[in-house]
Design a binder for this molecule. Structure first.
Ligand SMILES: N[C@@H](CCC(=O)N[C@@H](CS)C(=O)NCC(=O)O)C(=O)O
Length: 441
């Protein structure tokens, strides 16, 4: 049996958990998995000694291998359990394959900023509405599991003050609040990030009104990437969750369907809908759209184009600039070839603060919604791009695949740049070992 070490309220845990449920639902996960609450005891005594990192999610495979980072986990499980795949075949479905990786990247590393912001903004002193109490409870449930409710909440509240300085979050941002600033979501930029999120949600509401999943009637890697932000932060957290249910109810239904729990009304791809025939007998039919399958002929749903435009118009320019900045850093005297690079997405990595904050060598300006901000380079995103590059290589290995992908990408601003990704990544390739990242020699 696999062991998943996770938290319910963790961004990337929701992505992996929903994916594992899908594999299990399709009988494709061998002996299945156990979802284990990664309490502080387990993090200190098991996760860190075994894998070198306390981040969640992590899995321990039946053979004792530890894997972390949600994308590595999915790749690991897909390689060992190929039935009910979540990645479209790159040869027969090259566009869908590329779209799945792109949207995973958008969900993981772009939507993380506004999702993270929603959680912590509506937990600050004096916010109305506020979900501070809910947030204390969900963190306390991890920090002091099994303790009485008031003690659990107190554990969450104490941690917010000690680790994140929540009462001085605006004047002296620390912990998660510093992380938001490092990611370019400070007081000046937060409205632009929220507008970006609303733009995406509007497009997703329109898309899921036509199709039950990103690529049709069954989930793919893209659904799990998008679910990271949408489940733990935007659906579960109280203030964001109220807004999501109020303004984007079809997206909420997709969250339930993709999360695979409490989803009778939302309909799963394994579920049947029934009607009655003339004799009053039950007649079953596939419950999800598009006959329960990805669209035929490698078609990309039309309603997905505006979602992909968000990637090309907002995220790609940032990733592209970040590649240049990281290349210059790696080539500089400050960095030794093959040496360690910052690893985490949520905040500057300890030891790299001077480079990843202020005007440091690993920061750059970026534009969003007509405003200019500054943010840190996250080398993990280059690792994600390298992973995307290999998928792109497989999808464009044949002349037909190349033609199909090129003609589709040429419809997006700077879309064809993705076909030249290898040269963009030349100076900033990274090597990942567990949770740690290094430049390539
Ligand atoms: N890129 C990773 C991110 C893992 C991650 O950052 N997890 C967060 C929670 S969602 C975490 O564990 N933060 C606490 C820590 O790093 O100690 C993934 O895809 O899994």
């Amino acid at each position: 049996m696999y062991r998943l070490f996770s938290w319910e309220h963790s961004y990337f845990s929701g992505k992996v958990r929903a994916y594992l449920r899908f594999k299990q639902r399709h009988g494709a996960l061998g002996d299945g998995y156990e979802d284990i609450l990664a309490s502080p005891d387990l993090i200190q005594g098991l996760l860190i000694p075994r894998s070198g990192s306390g981040a969640v999610p992590q899995i321990e495979a039946p053979d004792g291998t530890w894997v972390q980072d949600s994308s590595d986990i999915i790749d690991f499980v897909e390689a060992r359990h190929p039935e009910a795949p979540v990645v479209p075949d790159p040869v027969t479905r090259p566009r869908q394959c590329v779209a799945a990786y792109l949207l995973e990247l958008l969900g993981d590393e772009w939507m993380v900023v506004p999702g993270f912001w929603e959680r912590w903004y509506f937990s600050e002193d004096g916010r109305a509405p506020s979900h501070r109490g809910f947030n204390e409870q969900q963190w306390g449930a991890v920090l002091a599991p099994g303790a009485p409710g008031d003690a659990r909440r107190a554990a969450g509240a104490g941690f917010f003050e000690a680790a994140f300085g929540i009462s001085t979050s605006r004047s002296e941002p620390r912990g998660v609040y510093a992380g938001l600033v490092h990611l370019g979501c400070d007081g000046e930029m937060e409205d632009a990030w929220q507008a970006s999120q609303h733009r995406l949600l509007q497009h997703l509401e329109a898309h899921f009104s036509q199709h039950d999943f990103v690529l049709g009637g069954t989930p793919s890697l893209a659904d799990y990437g998008l679910l990271a932000s949408l489940y733990a932060h935007l659906y579960r957290d109280a203030v964001a969750g109220f807004a999501l249910r109020t303004h984007f109810p079809i997206v909420c239904e997709w969250v339930e369907r993709t999360n695979g729990e409490g989803a009778l009304n939302a309909r799963l791809e394994t579920q049947k809908l029934y009607s009655l025939d003339a004799d009053g007998e039950l007649v079953a039919r596939v419950a999800t759209s598009d006959d329960g399958a990805w669209l035929e002929d490698d078609a990309i749903p039309e309603t997905l184009a505006p979602v992909l435009e968000v990637f090309f118009e907002e995220m790609w320019p940032v990733l592209s600039d970040a590649c240049d900045v990281l290349s210059a850093f790696i080539a500089s005297d400050t960095h030794e070839a093959g040496g360690e690079l910052p690893g985490k997405t949520f905040t500057a990595t300890p030891g790299f603060e001077q480079h990843q904050t202020g005007q440091g060598a690993l920061t750059h300006s970026f534009e969003l919604g007509g405003k200019t901000g500054r943010r840190m380079v996250v080398p993990y995103q280059m690792w994600m791009l390298q992973r995307f590059e290999s998928a792109m290589g497989r999808a464009t290995a044949t002349a037909e695949g190349e033609k199909a992908v090129r003609s589709w990408l040429s419809g997006f601003a700077r879309g064809e740049e993705l076909l030249e990704l290898s040269s963009r990544l030349e100076g900033c390739r990274v090597r990942k070992e567990g949770a740690l990242l290094y430049s390539c020699d």
